[in-house]
Design a protein around this ligand. Structure first.
Ligand SMILES: C[S@@+](CC[C@H](N)C(=O)[O-])C[C@H]1O[C@@H](n2cnc3c(N)ncnc32)[C@H](O)[C@@H]1O
Length: 326
């Protein structure tokens, strides 16, 4: 009998242990939850501020700061108070470009640096390509929007840099515009001429593919030949990122820079920031898809964030966004 009943002094501590174990667990869980909440709320408030301000900008772009004049060695100038200064490092691209090449020498400089001094149109098309391209396929998206004529008449550019060209619809339109008002403008078309995965749908099924190689650049060049614009338009057939960085390094700057390549946020953000570096003082940067079905892919978000970080006002011209550098 004696042995049936546990000793009294053991009974009490066991009772405490039984009760306190869940209590301790509860305390530990609550404490870690509180600590976790406190630390996450401080970082999420940063994100929230940026998101909120971007959304606001898309409805009503923020006014430019008084210090928004453009230099070729610019860094972010006016900074939104909602973006912490230590985050700005993430927004940094090249900060210093090479000595600017004068507009008159740009074509010659690029023929030398990119094409070993020979025009890519020389003896074009080569015989083996002839049967793979059409006399012309000039199709684009908003490629003749009013913005092109508005900006060309306003800026009277010596150099236009187009970031994203495809078949050349907008580049050819700009060449026709500059020619019609007597400008001698050089249009540099930066595009890897690969299009994007699956682009040869119904609308572009005429663009041939040979062993996985797409004839986009040749068709673009044929379109330029057809439009009698080979002296005005020069393709630069590499990725936008590497080309824009090289342009900055080489001092190849544009009076007008059109950004219309990758339409996801990250591509647009990268292209816009790099394009800005190669804008001449008082130049204008613009691009498509600010108000189109592609909106949600991220162009507008990238444009708005860029404007906010740098203190610019986004102007809208039809489906296009426009940022004046001063
Ligand atoms: C929307 S199209 C350009 C349309 C042209 N501006 C027009 O209005 O006729 C986009 C082009 O960007 C090019 N592109 C997309 N991302 C690129 C990248 N990272 N580097 C080079 N080209 C790119 C594609 O090959 C495609 O030709």
């Amino acid at each position: 009998m004696k042995e049936d009943k546990p000793p009294q002094q053991h009974n009490h501590p066991r009772k405490i242990t039984k009760l306190s174990q869940p209590l301790i667990y509860l305390l530990v869980i609550s404490l870690s939850y509180i600590l976790g909440y406190l630390s996450s709320s401080s970082s999420s408030s940063t994100t929230h501020n940026i998101t909120t301000s971007t959304t606001t900008t898309s409805i009503q772009p923020s006014p430019p700061s008084s210090s928004s004049s453009k230099t070729t060695t610019n860094t972010a100038k006016s900074t939104s108070s909602s973006i912490p200064t230590d985050s700005l490092d993430h927004f940094r691209f090249l900060t210093r470009c090479g000595k600017p090449v004068s507009g008159e020498l740009i074509r010659q400089t690029l023929l030398h640096k990119v094409y070993n001094g020979t025009s890519p149109y020389s003896e074009f098309p080569p015989p083996h390509i002839n049967s793979l391209i059409k006399q012309k396929i000039i199709k684009g998206w908003g490629s003749k929007g009013a913005v092109f004529e508005n900006l060309i008449r306003k800026v009277k550019p010596t150099t236009i840099i187009e970031v994203g060209t495809f078949l050349g619809a907008s580049a050819i339109h700009m060449a026709e515009l500059t020619r019609s008002i007597g400008l001698k403008t050089q249009i540099l078309c930066v595009d890897d001429f690969r299009g994007w995965a699956g682009f040869r749908d119904e609308r572009f099924k005429d663009i041939q593919m040979v062993n996985g190689d797409i004839m986009l650049m040749y068709q673009f060049m044929q379109n330029v030949v057809y439009s009698n614009a080979t002296e005005l338009i020069l393709p630069i057939p590499f990725s936008t990122q590497s080309t824009l960085d090289k342009f900055c390094e080489w001092g190849i700057l544009g009076d007008l820079v059109e950004v219309d390549a990758g339409h996801d946020f990250h591509s647009a953000w990268s292209d816009i920031n790099r394009a800005y570096k190669i804008l001449r003082p008082a130049g204008v940067m613009f691009g498509h898809d600010y108000f189109t079905s592609a909106d949600e892919r991220g162009v507008r978000r990238a444009v708005n964030l860029f404007a906010r970080v740098n203190g610019f006002r986004v102007q809208v011209d039809g489906q296009h966004w426009v940022i004046n550098s001063n």
